[in-house]
Ligand binder design. Structure first.
Ligand SMILES: [Zn+2]
Length: 88
């Protein structure tokens, strides 16, 4: 992908919106795909690019952090409150 210099195949414009990251999942499969959506500002033509491993690394790291805050922290708080109720 040579973002910024690409010419829209539909209208010839080189004015693209910034890539937007989407994670999509098959209906019958658990496999997911991480894609960048790039849309032409002029005519709305949209291209999909699969993210590279390099681009995915920080996203997966972030997802891991969200998991920790969404699942691990409340569990620890729950354990803490239980101990407090028993011993306090
Ligand atoms: Zn276009």
């Amino acid at each position: 992908m040579t973002q910024g210099t690409d010419i829209c195949p539909k209208c010839g414009s080189s004015d693209w919106k910034l890539p937007r990251h989407v994670r999509t999942r098959g209906v019958t499969s658990a496999a997911t795909a991480d894609l960048n959506i790039i849309t032409c500002n002029k005519c709305g033509f949209t291209e999909l690019y699969e993210l590279t491993e390099e681009e995915l690394a920080p996203i997966n790291k972030k997802a891991g952090m969200i998991f920790i805050f969404a699942a691990v922290v409340p569990t620890l708080i729950g354990i803490g409150v239980s101990i407090w109720l028993i011993w306090g």
